[in-house]
Design a protein around this ligand. Structure first.
Ligand SMILES: [Zn+2]
Length: 322
């Protein structure tokens, strides 16, 4: 648990250094009871970081992020975490990095008197990073990435970092060598709805093996993969997406298999070698067609599949008659 150490707002200069910002977030008081995971504030901060990356306004009304925050907590928090999602939105304001706006008489109630979900919605209470914190984070993508990694490392296992970032639509990919040299970076924003749109197009199942686990109402272990990578300027559209289970996503990105543009059949690489026990999960699908979306508009586009075959797939493919 991080100890809370209050600092008067007046001690902050108008311009905060990167170190000031990171330290302020390290001091955030994270609610933790015994072994209970403390993910509310970290997920809210990550969500707010993604909003900055998307050039969204500093303050956001609770009702406008309520649905997305609820989904995030359901997916990545402990059971029933989503039921107390109003706590971080309200209590983060005691941590100097967060501010609230709304009727003054309501905001001035005793700090411990947490309002309920209905009150936050009805009174349109808005929250956002404090102005100096917001300015520092807005002008420095590297600082945002550092803070996001700090929060992810402190609260989640590595295996979930990618899923969480994809769910909130935050891209932490490093600038290319050219961009680093020239100090410029073309800001390409990821569409936070990409994952949901792709999973829906494929009816929430892996297009290779049909894996469709749900835990409660949440899809689990299923990911939206870019055929042409986002890092290679592949667009965030359904026709450049595939719903893949975690296993098939990983080996697709490693080039163990690709998909034929004309027949949508799976071709496994001759370099991919699996033992008896795992062969059925991989080469067992060689030559089979993927499970396509209902709508032809969402079928994988040939130009993206050709890019994957040329740039990612480990050639040559296995002979179909094996
Ligand atoms: Zn699969």
């Amino acid at each position: 648990m991080v100890e809370y150490c209050p600092i008067p707002v007046s001690q902050y200069a108008m311009t905060l250094s990167s170190q000031d910002v990171l330290k302020a977030f390290e001091r955030i008081r994270v609610f933790q009871r015994g072994e209970q995971r403390a993910v509310h504030k970290p997920l809210l901060i990550l969500l707010a970081l993604a909003r900055i990356a998307q050039d969204a306004p500093r303050m956001v009304a609770f009702e406008d992020i309520d649905a997305q925050f609820k989904t995030l907590l359901s997916e990545f928090g402990p059971s029933s975490a989503a039921g107390s999602r109003h706590y971080p939105f309200w209590h983060l304001a005691t941590d100097s990095v967060w501010q609230l706006t709304g009727p003054p008489e309501f905001l001035n109630r005793p700090p411990a008197a947490t309002p309920n979900l209905g009150e936050l919605r009805k009174l349109h209470i808005a929250g956002g990073f404090a102005a100096d914190t917001d300015a520092a984070l807005r002008r420095d993508p590297a600082l945002r990435a550092q803070l996001a990694h700090q929060l992810l490392d402190a609260h989640f296992p590595d295996t979930l970092h990618g899923d969480i970032l994809q769910a909130i639509g935050l891209d932490l990919s490093a600038p290319t060598a050219d961009e680093a040299t020239t100090g410029t970076r073309t800001v390409v924003r990821r569409d936070p709805r990409f994952r949901e749109r792709v999973l829906r197009a494929y009816e929430h199942r892996c297009c290779v093996c049909g894996f469709d686990l749900r835990i409660g109402s949440m899809t689990a272990g299923l990911e939206a993969a870019h055929i042409k990578w986002f890092q290679a300027k592949g667009p965030d559209i359904e026709a450049n997406g595939l719903a893949l289970c975690a296993l098939h996503h990983k080996v697709f990105d490693l080039g163990a298999f690709t998909i034929q543009p004309d027949t949508y059949s799976l071709v496994f690489s001759q370099h991919a070698i699996a033992g008896e026990a795992s062969r059925h999960m991989l080469m067992g699908f060689h030559g089979a067609g993927i499970i396509l979306p209902q709508s032809k508009d969402y079928y994988p586009k040939a130009e993206f599949l050709k890019w994957h075959e040329g740039q990612v797939f480990k050639r040559p493919g296995r002979p179909v008659s094996v």
